[in-house]
Design a binder for this molecule. Structure first.
Ligand SMILES: NC(=O)C1=CN([C@@H]2O[C@H](COP(=O)(O)OP(=O)(O)OC[C@H]3O[C@@H](n4cnc5c(N)ncnc54)[C@H](O)[C@@H]3O)[C@@H](O)[C@H]2O)C=CC1
Ligand SMILES: O=C(O)[C@@H]1CCC=N1
Length: 272
């Protein structure tokens, strides 16, 4: 098929994030123009059953789709790029969500001039509340960023940053949902410790997390102001905050996010 005959998007790698993006795109616009390429035949069949999106081989996907969205693990990206290289040209747009992997590494594996956009999405895309952050590679212009942004806007918010900030973004919003899930797990465990049934504790904490998130998004107030409004003088909240400070929770979060950043940089260097 000629470059002009290509349309739509192929997601290459239908794992956790590939499925999150696929599901949102199907919710938004239906399965028309979408393809999936998945190494595991069982997983490919599952995605086709669930979303009505055809599973095809890589050559077929590159012949039919204008945009190839690579969603394999960083450790698998070099092998995949070796296969993709034979099928792409500068009429394609290659979008990669692989943590840490620089656009320069992707460009070097592909024919000259292929536009590449690096994206860090996150799993709340599954519920249309994703946060995706885009950076252009050397051959990607505004039109390519616009095209990638339009795709990702189907599953949540989108921002653009210089690529030098992508490892930090990965550590914050890419991995970020896991930190909140972890916090919720720990708070539910605290409820159990205090003798509440698990289902009740989970219900209370999930709704509290949702309410707090909406307040942070919509109130226009700083998180410190919001926290102060919960902390009555001589009350329960400040007693809890003192323990969080004593146990170094703020420093632990900073160290954790620094470790995620370091791992993103490391993943970007080579297949490790
Ligand atoms: N899970 C997450 O929350 C996020 C993941 N990412 C990035 O997305 C990428 C995928 O991550 P996950 O979805 O978590 O991993 P995963 O392991 O769930 O999915 C990867 C999928 O790619 C398939 N695959 C591997 N090589 C293939 C090939 N040559 N052709 C076709 N399919 C192939 C695997 O069978 C698997 O289904 C990673 O690079 C990760 O850094 C980025 C943002 C968030
Ligand atoms: O854990 C990871 O490596 C991927 C990248 C960001 C979220 N998940």
């Amino acid at each position: 098929m000629t470059a002009t005959g290509r349309r739509g998007l192929a997601i290459v790698g239908g794992g956790k994030i590939g499925e999150a993006l696929l599901s949102g795109l199907v919710r938004r616009g239906g399965a028309d123009g979408l393809l999936v390429v998945e190494r595991s035949p069982q997983r490919a069949a599952e995605l086709t059953d669930r979303y009505g999106v055809p599973a095809v081989g890589l050559a077929d996907a590159a012949a039919r789709a204008r945009v190839l969205l690579l969603a394999v693990k960083p450790q698998d990206i070099d092998t995949l790029l070796g296969l993709v290289a034979a099928h792409v040209d500068d009429g394609h747009l290659v979008v990669s969500v692989a943590a840490g992997v620089p656009t320069a590494r992707i460009e070097a594996a592909l024919p000259p001039g292929v536009p590449v956009v690096r994206v860090m999405p996150n799993t709340p895309a599954l519920v249309d509340e994703g946060m995706s952050v885009l950076s252009a590679g050397a051959h990607a212009g505004e039109e390519h960023l616009d095209e990638a942004e339009a795709l990702l806007a189907a599953v949540g918010r989108v921002r653009r940053v210089p690529e030098s900030q992508q490892d930090a973004v990965t550590a914050l919003s890419g991995s970020g949902p896991a930190y909140f899930f972890y916090l919720v797990e720990a708070m539910v465990d605290a409820g159990i410790l205090l003798g509440l049934p698990r289902a009740l504790a989970a219900d209370l904490i999930v709704q509290t997390a949702l309410g707090a998130a909406v307040m942070m998004r919509d109130s226009g107030e700083h998180p410190v102001q919001l926290r102060e409004a919960v902390s009555s003088p001589g009350g329960t909240t400040i007693a809890a905050i003192r323990e969080l400070e004593k146990h170094g929770v703020r420093a632990a979060l900073m160290a954790a996010i620094e470790a995620a950043h370091a791992r993103s940089v490391e993943l970007g260097r080579d297949a490790t």
